[in-house]
Write a protein that binds this ligand. Structure first.
Ligand SMILES: [Cu+2]
Length: 235
């Protein structure tokens, strides 16, 4: 502690000798007042940029402490109006933990579908829905995701726990809640909002881009990614 050195410079030689002889000269007891837990709380923020020509954009901020998202806020605009938008935190140990580019368009149809984006952003680890279960099991339950009001919404939710997730690329099965939370706190999570009305007819239908590769009963318009941003650590 530099402050200790400064204090000693201001004291008399006698005092220095006395301090040294008492063994207190080191002033080594400098407790970290905040404790170790404070090191494990980080704030993250993301700039959300369009994918698939959606024209949408936004921002997100999150506070993550240990294995819990204390709060997350998402502001988005330019989305398909008055339609539900699945949104998730994606992460994979072997993913790039970046947003995808058209280089990942394996079938050359000019779109990045949700599966094609996985090498970049990884699988779903948290469903950012409005009520109930937030695990990947809820990733396509569109009834519990925010609905854009004229293309915009402000989403906020508190206390979302990370969970063990299969398919995240860890050997021996799924990544643990701690492994995933540690990586998200290091800035490796990617926030993705889905839902692109390609043909601009105001609804998700099969005319725009056919069926979703995730569920043949859902239009690809409902599941293709619309915006993406890496949740980076704030400085
Ligand atoms: Cu997603």
């Amino acid at each position: 502690m530099k402050r200790t050195t400064t204090a000693f410079l201001g004291t008399s030689v006698l005092a220095l000798v006395a301090a040294a002889s008492l063994g207190t000269g080191s002033a080594s007891a400098h407790p970290s007042p905040a404790g170790r837990g404070a090191d494990r709380t980080v704030t993250l923020s993301a700039q959300l940029d369009e994918l698939n020509g959606s024209g949408a954009s936004g921002t997100a901020t999150a506070t993550v402490r240990n294995q819990n998202i204390q709060n997350i806020d998402v502001h988005a605009h330019g989305l398909t109006p008055d339609a539900p938008h699945a949104q998730h935190i994606h992460y994979g140990q072997e993913a790039l933990n970046e947003c995808p580019t058209l280089a990942l368009d394996d079938n050359n149809d000019g779109r990045i579908n949700t599966v094609e984006g996985i090498p970049a952003y990884g699988p779903v680890v948290v469903s950012l829905n409005t009520t109930g279960d937030t695990t990947p099991a809820s990733f396509l339950d569109v009834t519990r995701f925010p609905v854009s009001d004229d293309g915009s919404y402000h989403y906020s939710r508190d206390n979302i726990a990370f969970t063990r997730v299969a398919g995240t690329g860890y050997t021996g099965g799924g990544g643990t809640a701690k492994q995933i939370a540690d990586s998200i706190r290091e800035g490796e999570g990617v926030l993705v909002i889905h839902g692109v009305d390609y043909n601009g007819n105001g609804i998700y239908d099969f005319e725009g881009a056919g069926a979703s590769e995730l569920d043949p009963n859902l239009p690809a318009e409902a599941t293709d990614p619309a915006v993406c941003g890496v949740l980076k650590v704030d400085n």
